[in-house]
Ligand binder design. Sequence first.
Ligand code: HEM
Length: 158
Amino acid sequence: MTELQITMLIHLIGLGMLFTMLLSGIIFTAQYAKAPDYKSKATILKAMRPIGLLSPLAIVVMLASGLGNWHSMGWFQEGWLHIKITLFFAAAILGTIFGIRAKKRGGIIMKLADGSAPEGAADQVAAIDRQFRIFYIVQSILLFSILFLSVVKPGRGF
Ligand code: HEM
């Protein structure tokens, strides 16, 4: 196997991880929204946690294998790759911000579930839930744009 084949294989494994995480995040979030009480919501959020914890690994895998691909191909300079890398960092930063938000929401939901939450906690959760709905839409658009740029490579002569 060539260096490019190895890094591309790892790149595509990372791609599978990212899309699995996005889709399962959307499915779990829909279940969480439908859950009838805070105890059920807390259980669903606990089940979601390992998916969130995998995201730093997915970011490292994509970045390392992407740089590996690029190195094997001689550090070529093309506009679509520059835009792709910029969108990748935007998605990674957004994902990190919402990872922190998810932790905060989990803590409040636990308190709401055991009745020890302070006044206004339910409103705080509702606000974070709304932000998460927008997050999943933006993150899906970013990931599909990255995928589009990777496959179509606009501007490359072929
Ligand atoms: C969410 C993040 C990413 C996704 C979904 C993604 C997806 C892909 C896909 C599907 C391919 C195969 C395209 C093909 O063979 O036609 C590819 C190739 C490649 N990726 Fe990524 N990638 C991501 C991040 C990155 C990053 C961060 C870098 C660079 C630092 C990078 C650099 C490359 C390079 C150099 C290639 C080879 C392009 C070529 O064939 O000319 N990728 N990527």
